[in-house]
Ligand binder design. Structure first.
Ligand SMILES: [Zn+2]
Ligand SMILES: [Zn+2]
Length: 159
C-alpha cells in the first residue's frame, strides 16, 4: 500500500454522539496508472458521519472525485464526476485505537466507475469514414456516401 496521506480515525475521538469527518485523499490513493483513456488526478473528497455502535464503528456518508475519461462515442477525454452517496462501512473495533478507512473510500469510488461513458447525450461521435470528431467539425463524408457520389467518382475513372 502507498505511504501517502491516509484517512485515519482515532476511535477515542469519536465520542458518544459520533463525529463528522470531511476532507480529501490525494489522487495517488487510486493506485491507478494514468492511461490514455482514463486519468485519475484529482483528490477523492469524503464526507462521513462516524458513530460507535456497540463494539463497532459505523461509517456513513459520501465520497466524490472527478476523473478524465475517454468518451466511448467520440474518444475525446472529458471530465466525469464519480460520486458514491451510499458509503456505508461497519468496522469492528479490535485492539487498535485507530482505524484506517483509506482502502474503504478508495473502493467506494472504484465501485461506481462507469462501465460506459458518453460525454453528452448529444455527442455526435466520430465520422465512420474519415474519423473526424463531429462535435468539433463536420466533414463531407456522409453527404458523399449518402448520395452515392463515391461511385460517381469511381465511374469517372473509367476503370
Ligand atoms: Zn463524446
Ligand atoms: Zn468524415
Amino acid at each position: 500500500m502507498n505511504k501517502h496521506k491516509r484517512l485515519l480515525i482515532n476511535i477515542s475521538s469519536i465520542g458518544e454522539t459520533g463525529r463528522h469527518v470531511c476532507g480529501s485523499l490525494p489522487a495517488c490513493t487510486f493506485e491507478i496508472k494514468n492511461i490514455e483513456y482514463l486519468e485519475c488526478s484529482k483528490p477523492i473528497d469524503y464526507n462521513l458521519d462516524i458513530t460507535i455502535v456497540t463494539h463497532s464503528v459505523l461509517i456513513k456518508g459520501h465520497a466524490k472525485t472527478l476523473i478524465k475519461r475517454q468518451c466511448d462515442r467520440c474518444l475525446a477525454a472529458n471530465d466525469c464526476t464519480i460520486e458514491n452517496s451510499n458509503v456505508c462501512h461497519y468496522v469492528l473495533i479490535t485492539e487498535g485505537k485507530v482505524i484506517d478507512l483509506t482502502d474503504e473510500i478508495r473502493e467506494d469510488i472504484l465501485i461506481v466507475f462507469p462501465q460506459r461513458f458518453i460525454c453528452s447525450e448529444s455527442c455526435l461521435g466520430l465520422c465512420k469514414y474519415c474519423g473526424q470528431n463531429l462535435n468539433i467539425n463536420t466533414c463531407k463524408c456522409s453527404e458523399e456516401n449518402d448520395s452515392g457520389k463515391i461511385w460517381d467518382k469511381l465511374n469517372e475513372l473509367n476503370l
